[in-house]
Design a protein around this ligand. Sequence first.
Ligand SMILES: *Cc1c(COP(=O)(O)O)cnc(C)c1O
Length: 362
Amino acid sequence: MNAASILSLVRDDLQAFAGYSSARSSALVGDVWLNANESAWANPADVAGGARRYPDPQPAALRERLAALYGCAPEQLLIGRGSDEAIDLLVRALCEPGRDAVVTTPPVFGMYAVCARLQKAPLVEVPLIDRGDALDADIDAVIAAALGGNAKLVFLCSPSNPAGSTIALAEIERVATALQSRALVVVDEAYGEYAEQPSATTLLSRHDNIAVLRTLSKAHALAAARIGSLIADAALIQLLRRCQAPYPVPAPCADLALAGLEPESLAVTGQRIAQVKAERARLQAGLAVLPGVVRVYPSQGNYLLVRFADAQVAFDALLAAGVVVRDQRAAPQLGDALRITIGSPEQNDRVLAALIARRAAA
Ligand SMILES: *Cc1c(COP(=O)(O)O)cnc(C)c1O
């Protein structure tokens, strides 16, 4: 597909949309900047004095660093306020309200459906298949539903939240091929750092209808900085940028993210990821032998999805021990399940102790 056809997935009325022309975006040269109604003086609290100016809409140094981290060109990457903003942006820019559908694979991260609802885009749900030892995406059904339901966007969550399963790159490629020039396949890799398989960014050179979501919120421990990335065809990124807010990346957040991606920070992050994987295996094994536990799904994320004989009893026992986990019982197929984030070794010990104590008391 060439650039023209990937852009044809964007709403007709936005094809030539120029967006807001900010003071920052005009290429002018001078040393007295009186074009953006900023204050000539710094706020007393702003010791470094940089905050009186509007920030770079896409801070170049951060964009380059993120592109290097995720294995793409800077032009293929859009920085947003968390990957949540990128999800919203994609739905708004691609889906004509009441016409173009969004495909999701429940039980799954809720923001895809929320953004579809806000845009009034029809939601087509293709349930995960419970294979007993894994909750997997039903790829044939995803393709059929997307083709039959006039989908513009297909969200594939890999590793899947909360199921923990991944989708093989060959399967993602199969979806992209089947939906070529029909829909954009968005692979949400919010937990990609914890997974064993390579990123779907490795498919971008062959399939321009694939997009990848990454974030600094989970493995990089910077949820409050709100730095997410959308990686996609450069022409699509350029168009989405025009649909985004004029200054989406606050300067203090960009600075924190850059510092968090310095080699020393990355080295620590790498150690934490290894620790989480080891704890994930330990907690999975520890939970699996508890009498009240029906099933612990294998996970490629930093969490475990656990079915209990009585999820309410387990939830209450954990809460009584001061441990708050995610109740999944309202989600389809998960009426007996909790999602437990992998914590520090001490925190994971408390999870196990609370559930064992509960058994002893019962
Ligand atoms: C946490 C999460 C996100 C949101 O990440 P932000 O970058 O913090 O907005 C996106 N997708 C999934 C599957 C998540 O679990």
